[in-house]
Structure formats: structure tokens, C-alpha cells
Design a protein around this ligand. Structure first.
Ligand code: ADP
Ligand code: MG
Length: 334
């Protein structure tokens, strides 16, 4: 069987049972945004890792080494945010092709260090090797959480409100412009491309959600709304309804879709790499959480609700209801 027949997530489901060795203190292993291990009754250790490969995830000439370094760390911090945690330390391994010089690599590390500094994350180690072809970047980040304030993917309840912590689809639209450059006004193109090359980890947002005690589940949107909401639904044993009219689309995204005469919905549902959080909020506490978000300086946006019937449905602006099949990013099914 080929990986493309199984898909990324089919493969992970297949190897997961082989990886359980000693599950004593393990709260979550494979399958959530971070692994979660209980260190004491008051403390969970979170660990997450992500791999970025040149020509698979990025092209070196799309962005500066500085922003690439920031993104390599940001995507990991985003997983800590999805668990409601506080990041601690990072470990960075790189396989470097001959064509990248030391100045470039130093700039890459400066980009990581600048973001690390914002969140008081140390870079405590890693590994460096030569690569024969592409640049390979692997980052591991550890973090901590309070057991009573840790967010998982699998505890969404029917009737919970589905809410997100920022706009959707910007990164995918930015990627489209990087892949197929077009003469689009800078005021439209720049914020979208920036969203793709320089995502901001929603750590503040994750903490607000965790502290609220009203958030039953969360995930960061890395693969796309349809896929990541699909993970929460599958793991929580629920379904979901989302409303097109409530989906947060940015002004540049709407303008780009108009310029290219395309429906932005595909970027919003299937694009991925927005790194905003999707949260499952107890309906009676939604107003309180929205107020807490506003006082922490961000907006929680309601986009739908979880239901007991499996499957994801989208209520279009026209009133028509359609089924959504997870079609976000899967490394082996594109
Ligand atoms: P995320 O998008 O939040 O980074 P992924 O979709 O990449 O998460 O991974 C889903 C889960 O599968 C995570 O728990 C991750 O640690 C685990 N995982 C992914 N690839 C592997 C692998 N090759 N071996 C073991 N676990 C893996
Ligand atoms: Mg994640």
C-alpha cells in the first residue's frame, strides 16, 4: 500500500497503537496538538514538534530567512496555544544544503530568536547536519499547562458553540499569490502574503480560552477549517454546523476573490495555515468568554455549533445546506 492510499491521518492512526509503550502518566499521546504528560497533580508537560521541508512547505525565495525562522517556531507555539499552555523551551534541528550560507542561517536564527524573545522561550538545543538537496527544519517546543486549564481536541459537546480566534483563508490566499504571482494592488496582496509567511501564534487567545473554564475543546487551524473541525468532530464523537455568513473573511481576502472572480470559500474551508484557534464553547458562557477575549485584546468569533449528528454541514448564505467533506491539507492526498 502506498502512503497516498492511506493519507497522512490514516497513516498516523495506523502507527499510533505501536507507539504506546508505558502509558502511566500520559494524558494524551498521538492525536492531539501536543502530547500531554502529567508531572504532578498541578502540572502538565506539553510537547509538540513540526517539520518544514523546502519545496514541500516553502520556497527559500518566498520570504526572508528571518520570517522563515519566525514561522518555524510560530507553528509549534500555535500547538501549545491550542492546548491552552505556556511555552517554555525550543529545540531546533536543521539539515542545510551547501547553497545556503552562514549569513542566511544567522538571519534565520535571528527570526526565531525575535519571536522566542516575545514569548520568553529559550532555544536549548537541536542538531545540525548537511543536506544533499533541500533545507529541512524540525522544531520541538515544550510547554506547561494547569491540568484544570488544558484544552484537548476530543471533548466538544453537542450544542457547544464553534468559535474562532481570527480570520480564515488569508494564508491560503497569500499562498495562491506566492505560487501564481499576479499584478494585484499591494494593499490587497501584502497582508495576505504576510499572513502566510509570518503567522502569529495565538498564545494569548489560548490562555483566555483555557482560563475561562468554558472551553470544552480546541485545536489550531493548521490544515484548514474543514479538516481541523473534522478532527475535533471525529475525536469528540459529534457533528457540526457552520454558517457561511458568520465566517470571518478579511477585507483583502474578499477583494482578492473579487479580482480573481473566485469563491473565497475554498480558501476559508480548505486552505490551512491560518494558525487561529477553533474553540468549542459552552453556549451559556459564550458571552462571558467573548467579554474575557475583548478584555485580553482579541475577538472571539462565533461561526457555528456542534451537534450530536455526525458530519459537518455548511449553511450557505443562500440558505441552502451542503455537506462539508474534510479537504484540507493532507501531505499525501493533494
Ligand atoms: P498538528 O497539525 O497539530 O501539528 P498533526 O496533524 O501534524 O498535528 O499530527 C497529528 C498527531 O499525530 C499529533 O499528535 C502528532 O504528534 C502525531 N504524529 C504525526 N506524525 C507522526 C509520526 N510520524 N509518528 C508519531 N506521531 C506522529
Ligand atoms: Mg495543531
Amino acid at each position: 500500500m502506498k502512503m497516498k492510499d492511506l493519507g497522512e491521518f490514516g497513516f498516523i492512526d495506523r502507527i499510533a497503537p505501536l507507539c504506546k509503550i508505558n502509558s502511566g502518566d500520559v494524558i494524551r499521546g498521538i492525536g492531539d496538538d501536543c502530547s500531554v504528560v502529567s508531572l504532578s497533580p498541578d502540572l502538565y508537560l506539553l510537547v509538540t514538534t513540526d517539520l518544514l521541508i523546502e519545496r514541500v512547505h516553502f520556497l527559500v525565495d518566498w520570504q526572508s530567512a528571518h520570517t522563515l525562522g519566525g514561522k518555524a517556531l510560530a507553528v509549534n507555539l500555535s500547538d501549545i496555544a491550542a492546548c491552552g499552555g505556556i511555552p517554555r523551551d525550543a529545540f531546533v534541528s536543521i539539515a542545510v544544503p551547501d547553497r545556503l550560507n552562514v549569513d542566511w542561517l544567522e538571519d534565520f536564527y535571528r527570526g526565531m530568536a525575535d519571536l522566542a524573545d516575545k514569548f520568553k522561550v529559550n532555544i536549548l538545543g537541536g542538531d545540525t547536519t548537511r543536506s544533499l538537496t533541500d533545507l529541512v527544519i524540525n522544531v520541538v517546543v515544550t510547554g506547561f499547562s494547569n491540568p484544570k486549564e488544558t484544552l484537548f481536541r476530543n471533548e466538544a459537546q453537542p450544542e457547544d458553540i464553534i468559535a474562532v480566534s481570527g480570520p480564515l483563508g488569508n494564508s491560503a490566499a497569500g499562498l495562491e499569490l506566492l505560487l501564481n504571482p499576479r499584478p494585484i494592488p499591494d494593499t490587497i496582496a501584502s497582508p495576505l502574503i504576510y499572513a502566510h509567511i509570518s503567522p502569529r501564534p495565538h498564545l494569548t487567545e489560548g490562555r483566555t480560552l483555557a482560563k475561562s473554564h468554558a472551553c470544552n475543546a480546541a485545536i489550531d487551524i493548521s490544515d484548514g477549517l474543514s479538516s481541523d473541525l473534522g478532527h475535533v468532530c471525529k475525536q469528540s464523537g459529534v457533528g457540526a454546523i457552520i454558517f457561511e455568513e458568520k465566517l470571518p473573511l478579511s477585507e483583502p481576502l474578499i477583494k482578492l476573490a473579487r479580482e480573481l472572480t473566485v469563491d473565497p470559500l475554498d480558501w476559508v474551508l480548505n486552505g490551512g495555515e491560518d494558525y487561529v484557534l477553533l474553540a468549542s464553547i459552552r453556549p451559556d458562557q459564550l458571552t462571558d468568554v467573548m467579554r474575557a477575549a475583548a478584555s485580553d485584546g482579541w475577538e472571539l468569533i462565533e461561526i457555528g455549533k456542534f451537534v450530536s449528528t455526525p458530519g459537518i454541514k455548511l449553511v450557505r448564505a443562500s440558505g441552502e445546506t451542503t455537506a462539508i467533506v474534510p479537504r484540507g491539507w493532507d501531505h499525501f492526498k493533494y
